[in-house]
Design a protein around this ligand. Structure first.
Ligand SMILES: Nc1ncnc2c1ncn2[C@@H]1O[C@H](COP(=O)(O)OP(=O)(O)OP(=O)(O)O)[C@@H](O)[C@H]1O
Length: 441
């Protein structure tokens, strides 16, 4: 019956800017919109063809690496199903929605294909073997299997989004979607329509119905980045969603149910915001069942050598190395922008060098001039209580950089045997240590 309505259906699907296709239960295409035809079409009519065959022709495997087709799950559960696929080297989120008949049974299926941003699909793990990273990894793995809300705290660039992705992939909802909403800088209207979606005509510019991220996250994980930036009036709406599991699209009447695991992140001090009245206490309790703090890079400098190698590899410079002098400069730097800043520094340096080594002149001037903190002994730079082990590591690094003599005389000045100093420097990933041991020193 629907076949006679193909032009109307195609026109309806054209309301979506994203590739959208209407499928029958046997995977044949009833109608596809222009964006779908453009991205996956081969010039021949798509109607009546199997979606698997169309996508395969376009170079996208539907069932690779054991990825099951979301259609089976959608048919079985009569709920939206989600999956991730690769196409042209980019990740696509596949959202499949059942179109139910008068008996409430899934009769047709609407499939939307959303390209995901590089960050939200990064498969890189959190790099780092130091004590702080091991502690972090344990906490993330402890939190992952349960469905409790996780709150990731830490400065900007410490890897909160990466950590959220890790929790999702290690959770029972790994087969579902990992949906990211960056809550910073969104106006109230935009925040609401992003999270809850809207009906056509709900406000000026709402030309078509839009599925909200809360709905897209059904069966998966919703990651609210910069949750501390949500304005107070919207915090109550978010709380209602979390408490009831239901919401309404902007301009909609029907309550919609969505089940997802919530992960939130912020670089703000939420407890202080609660005290100051800018963040609702009830919402804070709701999202912070399992708080996990990500350490800033300057508190885990021992990971810098490994991170550098991994970041250079990911940036497409697998053979590029840091000279020892450059690594020493990085080890002495405080990285207010954390791993993101290290990544940017390496990217820029890689573009500046034609050789196989990044030299100090390829690094930003802020690093080339020794920072004040490295001239003063870090042991006397008390701004916070830190573990003694870390203080020792910081002091050793400072001493290594500033001691004029060789290692034997440094060991003597520190009151250590040369062998003990060697072990301690090795444990903190001191680069000159490696250089000396490479030469049998
Ligand atoms: N431990 C890590 N190992 C490898 N890469 C990392 C690590 N931590 C962060 N990165 C990289 O640093 C960049 C920033 O990470 P991410 O976006 O996860 O940080 P964030 O804490 O969410 O930042 P913001 O608060 O600004 O959103 C990304 O490119 C990420 O891949």
């Amino acid at each position: 019956m629907l076949k006679q309505l193909r032009p109307e259906l195609t026109s309806l699907l054209d309301c979506f800017a994203l590739p959208a296709v209407l499928l029958e239960a046997d995977h044949t295409v009833l109608a596809a919109n222009q964006a779908y035809r453009k991205q996956f079409g081969d010039g021949k009519p798509l109607q009546g063809r199997h979606c698997d065959e169309i996508l395969r022709t376009a170079g996208m495997l539907c069932d690779d690496a054991g990825n099951e087709c979301p259609m089976a799950r959608c048919q079985q559960s009569n709920e939206a199903a989600h999956a991730l696929r690769m196409h042209d080297g980019r990740a696509l989120q596949v959202d499949l929605f059942p179109i139910r008949n008068a008996d409430g049974k899934p009769a047709y299926f609407l499939e939307l294909l959303t390209p995901l941003t590089e960050q939200s699909t990064s498969t890189d793990g959190l790099v780092g073997q130091g004590a702080r990273m091991q502690e972090l990894s344990r906490a993330l793995h402890r939190a992952a299997p349960s469905d409790v809300p996780v709150l990731l705290l830490g400065e900007s660039g410490t890897g909160k989004e990466l950590a959220a992705g890790m929790v999702h992939r290690a959770s029972q909802r790994a087969q579902g979607a990992f949906v990211v909403l960056d809550c910073s800088g969104l106006s109230e209207t935009l925040f609401e329509s992003e999270l809850f979606g809207h009906e056509k005509g709900a406000f000026t510019g709402a030309h078509s119905r839009k599925i909200g991220l809360a709905e897209a996250a059904n069966g998966g994980t919703l990651f609210l980045d910069e949750v501390g930036d949500i304005p107070l009036p919207l915090q109550v709406k978010l709380l209602r969603l979390l408490e009831s599991g239901t919401f309404r699209r902007v301009g909609g009447i029907e309550p919609i149910r969505s089940r997802f695991r919530l992960i939130s992140a912020t670089h703000r001090d939420l407890e202080r915001m609660v005290r100051e009245g800018t963040f609702r206490q009830d919402l804070y309790y709701r999202i912070s069942t399992f708080p996990i703090t990500l350490p800033p890079l300057r508190e885990r400098r021992e990971d810098i050598p490994q991170l550098t190698e991994s970041l250079l590899h990911n940036l497409g410079y697998p053979r590029l190395r840091l000279s020892t002098a450059s690594l020493e400069l990085l080890l002495a730097y405080d990285f207010p922008g954390n791993v993101r800043e290290l990544r940017n520094i390496l990217n820029r340096a890689a573009l500046l060098t034609d050789d196989v080594a990044i030299l100090p002149e390829h690094l930003p001037t802020a690093l080339q001039q020794e920072p004040a903190t490295t001239n003063a002994s870090p042991a006397t730079d008390f701004s916070a209580v830190v573990p003694l082990e870390e203080l020792e590591a910081r002091y050793l690094r400072w001493a290594r950089l500033h001691h004029a003599g060789d290692r034997r005389s440094l060991a003597h000045s520190l009151g250590l045997s040369e062998r003990t100093l060697y072990r301690k420097l090795e444990a903190i990933g001191d680069p000159s240590q490696k250089r000396e041991s490479d030469h049998g020193g």
